[in-house]
Design a protein around this ligand. Structure first.
Ligand code: SF4
Ligand code: SF4
Ligand code: FES
Length: 250
């Protein structure tokens, strides 16, 4: 390790069809730099530590304040956001690779579409008809608002899917983030109108029963979302809904 530069190892892959390779870079050290700053410096001068010219590394980022989830990658073996990963807190050389549970696009960019498709599966929204003024919605108590706020902080980053042993290229498991969003919208006074559809989505193939209860997800969530509590609560709602359907036929 040098005081003047930071040694970074990055897994590079031009496309899913091309074999990956590792490249090393020496990046001039700056105070309080984060991993996005490192990547920007490499983009300015794309040369390996051995002095070989190379292509700029591709990555995604938007908010730069751990709100959008776009910059999620595996840094020193831990899935996290690059924008909040401060270099002086990381062991060097720093190793950076893309998440493994999502299709690779290029270098550190992956396609997280499956998470957004899963939100569609559970109808992760509050339905309102039209764009005209509908008047005030039903009130929520401050206690319920606080609980909902915790769940609403999900940024669809993918950390929880990356660490979940039930998620792989062949599994249809919906994953903890969408299950927790179903809890959020089922608790909303207007969102409740679609509660049964959300529960049916969670009862279907790849639904909540595929969770193996390994609890990795709750430990990996950067927003401290109580994912295992959500899974437990939605498991209870699904059971009640299934019994009700069995007894009433609807
Ligand atoms: S509890 Fe385990 S199996 Fe279930 S969603 Fe979380 S990590 Fe996956
Ligand atoms: S639940 Fe947490 S780890 Fe999972 S996508 Fe949302 S913010 Fe990321
Ligand atoms: S850029 Fe948005 S979370 Fe890092």
């Amino acid at each position: 390790m040098s005081d003047a530069s930071v040694r970074v190892r990055i897994k590079r892959q031009e496309s899913p069809q091309i074999a990956p390779r590792w490249e090393e870079f020496d990046v001039p050290r700056q105070p309080m730099m984060n991993v996005i700053t490192l990547l920007l410096e490499i983009q300015k001068r794309p040369k390996t530590a051995a002095g070989e010219p190379t292509s700029p590394v591709a990555w995604d980022s938007h908010c730069l304040e751990e709100v959008c989830g776009a910059c999620t990658m595996v840094i020193n073996g831990k899935v996290r956001q690059a924008c909040s990963a401060l270099v002086h807190k990381l062991t060097e050389p720093i190793t950076i690779q893309p998440m493994t549970k999502f299709p690779l696009v290029r270098d550190l960019v992956v396609d997280r579409s499956r998470m957004f498709e899963d939100l569609k599966r559970i109808r992760g929204w509050v339905p309102i008809q039209g764009t005209y003024d509908l008047g005030p919605g039903p009130r929520m108590s401050p206690v319920d608002q606080e609980k909902a706020y915790d769940l609403s902080r999900c940024m669809t980053c993918g950390c929880c899917l990356e660490v979940c042993p039930q998620i792989n290229a062949r599994s249809e498991f919906i994953g903890p983030a969408a299950i927790s969003q179903a809890r959020l919208f089922n608790a909303h006074p207007t969102g409740q109108s679609n509660a049964a559809e959300r529960l049916e989505a969670l009862m279907g193939p790849g639904g909540i029963s595929d969770c193996g209860n390994a609890q990795n997800c709750v430990r990996a969530c950067p927003k401290d979302i109580p994912l295992t509590t959500s899974i437990g609560e939605m498991g209870r709602q699904v059971t009640v809904h299934a019994l009700k359907t069995l007894l009433t036929g609807k």
